[in-house]
Design a protein around this ligand. Sequence first.
Ligand SMILES: C[S@@+](CC[C@H](N)C(=O)[O-])C[C@H]1O[C@@H](n2cnc3c(N)ncnc32)[C@H](O)[C@@H]1O
Length: 475
Amino acid sequence: MQLPELFEEKMKGLLGAEYDEFRRSYGKERRQALRVNPAKLSAAEMKERSPFTLEPVPWAKNGFYYGAEDRPGRHPWHEAGVYYIQEPSAMSVAELAGVQPGERVLDLCAAPGGKSTQLAAALEGRGLLVSNEIHPARAKILASNVERMGIPNAVVTNEPPERLSSHFPAFFDRIVVDAPCSGEGMFRKEEQAVLQWSQENVELCARRQQDILEEAAGMLRPGGVLVYSTCTFAPEEDEKSVVRFLLKHPEFSVKKTEAYGGFAPGRPEWVRLTEEEKEGVSPERLEEILASVRDTFRLWPHRLDGEGHYAAVLEKAGAGKAEAPKKAGRVSGKSGRGTVDAEAWKLYEEFAADTLKNCPEGVPMLFGEQLYLLPCELKLAGLKVLRPGLHLGTVKKKRFEPAHALALALRAEEVKRTASYPADSGEIRSWLSGETLPGGEGKGWTLVLVDSFPLGWGKLAGGSLKNHYPKGLRK
Ligand SMILES: C[S@@+](CC[C@H](N)C(=O)[O-])C[C@H]1O[C@@H](n2cnc3c(N)ncnc32)[C@H](O)[C@@H]1O
């Protein structure tokens, strides 16, 4: 595979004797992986039930390499959010974030959603995930992946970091900054990354990373954890980005974190600072910061089965925990911004009484015709919000229509009527292409399952099951 000449020269200079091994990794077959959604089934169950040849990704609890012949993206379990296809070294970041259920977590550069969906899994449906993406089209993809994975407690926003930071000062327990970067670790995956590479772009990315980190710093509560990551090997964007940030922010330090033994340490000797960048810093302090960078992580494609990544776990000084997000307890008609229109709420309750055995919890909020459940009391006014929590459905004149997101966030046993078909059945093929299926007796909203996993809503009436699988997702 052809690589940019300047990139090769640069890496030769950095890696020395190790370069040949690094270069040879570009000739190796890329190993692909998926991450099981623990809200749907455990990793052990997946291993037993899955139609794919799986082998654990050593550093990711729910991560598995799949066989070269497997096509998990085409399997109906993918549409049911049973797993997320993710580059294996990228799975390290959310693991390093050490998220605990119930925390407030921000994923600042989140699309298409690999890290967000992994962070959400660690939250186990409790607490709050704010998943933000600056680019509108990418934010839509992020929202649809959050929905596909059935995440009930995520708010998806589409904002530049500086607008978000003025909204959430010292708010989050954990923040992930998976920064836009020069993507040197994407060369095997995307030819575009090779074509677009230049040293100027590396420098541009490094400047942008400083700006993003600056905004992230203000949104973290004292004692909170910030994970910074890139999928590039350029020290300007990796160790140097961290060093520049630490020089400016004495309240932050590198947190020593236990990780998979195959991760290599950060390389402070690759950091070249200008006189201006070092100004006002004592040599001892500089030495201390540089030494701490050894406790950041490099994932090399010639040392493990993955495309490569960099990650640093940073801690903000100070004690204390952010207040636990205020949860609404069981749903009520009250929203954070007043009362959800009584008629709208009545229509939802009628639907819930007829269809659900167990109602999801949260703070109801009506946006136009769309009814959502926020994971906690949250001020969102003034932000571009794509998904303010779990989308329950649309309130139409005299009726309530449940959302696809609700179907995917429910478990089969929480619903009164289900219709289950095996993944390889003709019914599932027909269903995914939008066809009506023959139904049984009775009438009302029915959760269609592929094997045991919710796939969407159907409406049973007159012996047939009308298809409500979203048109945009049909095959
Ligand atoms: C490496 S990707 C994120 C991948 C994602 N975390 C995942 O695991 O699926 C970086 C993201 O940052 C976004 N981005 C680009 N410029 C940005 C900026 N100035 N501020 C914040 N995000 C930016 C990009 O659109 C891109 O989606």
